[in-house]
Design a protein around this ligand. Structure first.
Ligand code: CA
Length: 229
């Protein structure tokens, strides 16, 4: 096993599905740890510290949603991307899954190739963020090392809070973040900030991003929060 072989924790109670996924993940070069239920999964997270978690929603005992919630409130595990698998295709369930902090959501029955692509994509994002690379969304480029943001090649003027907000969004385009999640990630848990403050800074970020005439890339999702794209 090579040192930089990425580790995947696979949590799925159905043995046949678990084995198909394990086979495919190993064929992709991942080091796979598998758990059949939530309790085992929580133990393995500590032991393995996986790079990505593929998590079934419907599990005996602790549900996938609950596991995800627990992982996302802990500082040590919150940055591990979680791809939630679910037989629930309703929009409300998808939003609920993502609100719990899941980074991606795949509806069963899924294509194994599609799921592998999602796993690779999550892995690329965490690696890009950890080495301070440039993150891009359409014509917006954020350099986390130099703290510069450009749109269509023109440098944008962002305050530190707007920069942090954009960093959160650009790592996960399309992902809806609630005001509480944005408060927690951009301001930290220790400071008391009113959730309307989030709206104010989102407004400033919007203004900065569209200052040179481009389309507004930020989406307001009624009752849920905000997303980039
Ligand atoms: Ca299941």
């Amino acid at each position: 096993m090579s040192v930089d072989q990425p580790k995947v924790l696979l949590v799925e109670d159905e043995p046949a599905q678990r084995e198909v996924l394990r086979y495919n993940l190993e064929a992709e070069g991942f080091d796979v740890a598998a758990a059949p239920d939530g309790d085992e999964a929580l133990l393995l997270v500590e032991e393995v510290m996986p790079d990505v978690i593929v998590l079934d929603w419907m599990l005996p005992g602790v549900s996938g949603i609950e596991i995800c919630r627990r992982l996302k409130i802990r500082k040590e595990t919150r940055d591990i991307p979680v791809i939630m698998l679910s037989a629930r295709s309703e929009e409300v369930d998808r939003v609920r899954g993502l609100e719990t902090g899941a980074d991606d959501y795949v509806v069963k029955p899924y294509s194994v190739l599609e799921l592998m692509a999602r796993v690779r994509s999550q892995l690329r994002r965490v690696r890009a963020a950890s080495v301070g690379q440039r993150l891009e969304y359409e014509d917006i480029v954020l350099d986390s090392e130099t703290h510069r943001v450009t749109r269509a090649g023109e440098e944008l003027k962002l305050g530190p809070t707007e920069f942090r907000l954009l960093s959160i969004f650009i790592e996960k385009p399309g992902r809806v973040f609630s005001r509480e999640q944005l408060l927690d990630r951009a301001w930290g848990q220790d400071i008391y900030v009113d959730s309307r403050t989030v709206d104010v800074h989102i407004g400033r970020l919007r203004k900065a991003l569209t200052a040179q005439g481009g389309d507004d890339p930020l989406r307001t999702v009624r009752g849920a929060g905000y997303s980039l794209g």
